[in-house]
Design a protein around this ligand. Structure first.
Ligand SMILES: NC(=O)c1ccccc1
Length: 504
């Protein structure tokens, strides 16, 4: 991609856009001074991009026929056998389709990326394969991961395994469906506002959003660096702990990984819970959109924990209700700057910049009409806020995350975990092909009041199935101290072993 010296018209145009008034003489003298930059860019262009090596051979991705994909959860199937031995030997894993698997297509739910084939493996891909897992393909996700429902992928809605007319939850929709159906043993999900935990709640799977930075996000398409998380979606708590043990730890690229503390998570399984303390979060219940049956099911789950000897007490953290509002400027202006205008990365930090992705993704600008309604709405307000107010709300929201984190930490100083419903409802009906924009937006953002606050506070949060309402799964969410995933696994595992949640 050789770099050319701009012509006079290009220099004048650029200058005008950055508010400079240049005379024709200025333009011609500046043109004469740009040669050094052009030479440097061309020298960089001729250097080899030092990307990490792809370690394991794989078959190219193939879209399965409709008959093999009744819930539309698969994007492509591919087989990547990992190391012959390891903790995940014999386990099959599907990746959310915002995770890069070299040689296999990735579209992140958007037609603007269809046909793109990454040339690197995400760090977590290499870790799974080094641990002996077999990666079996990519699962559909929401358009650029921007939805709580499963209705915004360019290749059609993903259906709930318990009722195909209902949402699977999003944005890691296909990942949760394939685990729920037993088509794969484990899945990778991503979570910026709840996208690992929401589909887990709707599909009856176990979803772990680890502490921010615990799992390297390198090679996964970001939304906004400070809320990006990747983590396990599994059938059981034990599998989640096993998978996290393989995924966790710094990789030397990801700047999200500050002060990372890992632990042998599987050692947290099968431990006694008598005397542990859980805080039932008052503000996690009774949201305007909360269904009483969901709240009741989670309160009943708290009683089951009590029966196991756990001390459960209700606590109030009023600021929890501010969490989604504080999340909004970070999510909106972050996604605009980093994911969209930043060609998927933005600037100002060290990272592994997947340049092949950046080259393709910047083409969204010519095809913006194809993006989902949920993403468009967020982009419109982000651009407006940027133009009108600059970055002040993004900055102030970040400052407020310290206060929010402190509010949770104050309670977590006295308790092992917080407990609340993962989402306030059971799976909602999928908006049909003629659904209004209002309906599409409502289903895109209506179930995140308990999940999004922990994406900005960065605490680990585990969604565990805890009962059924009208034949649909309900998830409870345990939230722990920063870097203390182990305690969540101890509690979640004990709860899971207390009986079959489908009969609760
Ligand atoms: N990726 C996410 O977690 C997300 C969830 C809900 C809305 C927007 C984004």
């Amino acid at each position: 991609m050789a770099v050319r010296l701009p012509n006079d018209a290009q220099i004048a145009d650029v200058a005008e856009r950055i508010g400079l008034s240049l005379s024709p003489e200025d333009v011609s003298s500046i043109k004469g001074l740009l040669g050094g930059y052009v030479a440097a860019y061309n020298k960089v262009d001729r250097m080899i991009d030092p990307l990490p090596v792809v370690k394991y051979p794989r078959t190219p991705g193939v879209q399965p026929p409709k008959a093999e994909n009744p819930l539309n959860a698969w994007y492509v199937k591919s087989t990547v056998p990992g190391a012959p031995e390891g903790k995940l030997k014999g386990k099959t894993v599907v990746l959310k389709d915002n995770v890069m698997l070299a040689g296999v297509p990735m579209m992140n739910g958007s037609s603007t990326l269809e046909g793109y084939i990454p040339n690197v493996d995400a760090t977590l891909v290499t870790r799974l394969l080094d641990a002996g897992a077999t990666i079996v393909g990519k699962a559909h996700c929401e358009c650029f991961c921007m939805s709580c429902g499963s209705h915004t992928s360019a290749l059609g809605p993903v259906c709930n395994p318990y009722d195909p007319s209902r949402s699977a939850g999003g944005s890691s929709s296909g990942s949760a469906v394939l685990v729920s159906k037993g088509e794969v043993d484990m899945a990778i999900g991503g979570d910026q506002g709840g996208s690992i935990r929401m589909p887990s709640a709707f599909c009856g799977t176990v979803g772990m959003k680890p502490t921010h930075g615990l799992v390297p996000y390198t090679g996964v398409v970001p939304i906004e660096i400070t809320v990006d998380h990747a983590g396990p979606i599994t059938k059981t708590v034990a599998d989640s702990a096993l998978m996290l043990e393989v995924l966790a730890g710094p990789d030397g690229y990801d700047c999200r990984q500050i002060g990372v503390k890992t632990a042998p998570y599987t050692e947290a399984l099968g431990k006694p819970v008598k005397g542990m303390k859980v805080a039932l979060l008052k503000e996690g219940f009774g949201h305007p959109q909360s269904e009483a049956a969901v709240d009741d099911t989670v309160r009943a789950a708290a009683k089951r924990l009590e029966a196991l000897g756990v001390i459960v007490e209700e606590v109030s953290i009023p600021m929890h209700l501010d969490g989604p509002d504080i999340w909004t400027p970070i999510g909106l202006q972050g996604l605009m700057q980093t994911m969209m205008l930043g060609d998927g990365y933005g600037t100002s930090r060290q990272d592994l910049y997947v340049t092949s992705f950046m080259d393709v993704h910047r083409g969204w600008r010519e095809r913006a009409d194809e993006l989902s309604e949920t993403l468009k709405l967020a982009m419109i307000f982000a651009q407006f806020a940027d133009d009108e107010y600059g970055k002040r709300f993004y900055g102030k929201a970040h400052n407020l995350t310290y206060a929010l984190r402190a509010a949770y930490d104050a309670v977590l100083a006295d308790y092992d975990a917080l407990l609340m419903p993962t989402v306030p409802k059971v799976a909602t009906p999928l908006p049909g092909p003629d659904a209004s924009r209002e309906e599409i937006i409502a289903r895109g953002f209506d179930i995140l009041p308990n999940t999004a606050p922990f994406d900005i506070s960065h605490h680990p949060a585990l969604s565990v199935p805890c009962g059924m309402v009208d034949g649909l799964p309900v998830g409870m969410m345990l939230v722990g101290k920063l870097w203390d995933e182990s305690t969540l696994y101890t509690l979640g595992d004990a709860f899971e072993k207390s009986g079959d949640w489908k009969s609760f």
